[in-house]
Design a protein. Structure first.
Length: 252
């Protein structure tokens, strides 16, 4: 096997309240469900069982990712890990779709438009008004972000562009320093990172989905290229089933 000096673990948050309700979530700061809490703890157990013990944690600024990391690390007795958080790891801002039912949206706008908004690389949903009940524009946690970069909607391309500076400036230095890095984030911010790591094309990334709560381990070579393309889920069977479920959201 090729030399793999660096270890990166990606962890999507456990099931959230709005995952359970099948609502577009984006930057809305919903909590985990009980099932999500269990998924998070199991994620920690999977890390422990695999002997993959992170040295440092990076999270988004959103409760569901922060709590997932805490619950997972608690199981692995790693509550003490140093942590950095950034809006750059946040879920994709879903614009005017935030708070909307996925099934209703599919029925109202049709399959093509629904999938364009949900999975196309460069078509963002319409922007969300700043005074909308689901807007985070005035949220204190984003007060240090100049208004021109505070999103009102995002496509995946936008997420790649705002996530990569954090990858290069914050995560890569930890990897090069020899740390096993845990990134606790979201379906679409992790799709953006996987797209970068695996060099997935703009077209193919539409078909890639990330399940909740199952650690995805990337062993990286000296140039930070994955030794195993796509990485390795620590519970591959559960991951395969959960990926199908994410793919089919809106259809049940
Ligand atoms: O609603 C969202 O924010 C995301 C993740 O839950 O959904 P989707 O998988 O449809 O991009």
């Amino acid at each position: 096997m090729a030399d793999a000096p660096y270890k990166l673990v990606l962890l999507r948050h456990g099931e959230s309240e709005w995952n359970a309700k099948n609502l577009f979530t984006g930057w809305v700061d919903v909590d985990l469900t009980e099932k999500g809490e269990k998924e998070a703890a199991r994620g920690g157990q999977l890390l422990l069982d695999a002997g993959v013990l992170p040295d440092v944690l990076h999270t988004s600024l959103q409760r569901r990712a922060i709590r997932t990391a805490q619950l997972a690390l608690d199981v692995a007795d790693l509550n003490w890990l140093p942590v950095r958080r950034s809006w750059r790891l946040n879920e994709r801002h879903y614009g005017a779709l935030q708070g909307k039912d996925k099934k209703q949206t599919l029925e109202e706008f049709g399959e093509e438009q629904f999938m364009l908004w949900r999975r196309s690389y460069d078509t963002p949903p319409p922007p969300l008004a700043d005074d909308d009940e689901y807007s985070q524009f005035a949220d204190r946690r984003y007060a240090s972000l100049p208004v021109e970069i505070r999103p009102r909607t995002e496509c995946l391309k936008d997420v790649v562009e705002r996530m990569l500076p954090y990858w290069y400036d914050a995560i890569v230095p930890d990897l090069f320093g020899g740390d096993t890095v845990l990134v606790a984030a979201h379906g679409n911010s992790l799709r953006a990172l996987v797209k970068h790591l695996d060099g997935v094309s703009d077209a193919d990334i539409a078909g890639l989905n990330i399940p909740t709560g199952i650690p995805l381990l990337y062993e990286l070579d000296a140039d930070l290229r994955p030794v195993t393309p796509g990485g390795r889920y620590l519970d591959p069977e559960a991951a395969a089933a959960a990926i199908e479920a994410v793919k089919n959201q809106g259809r049940k």
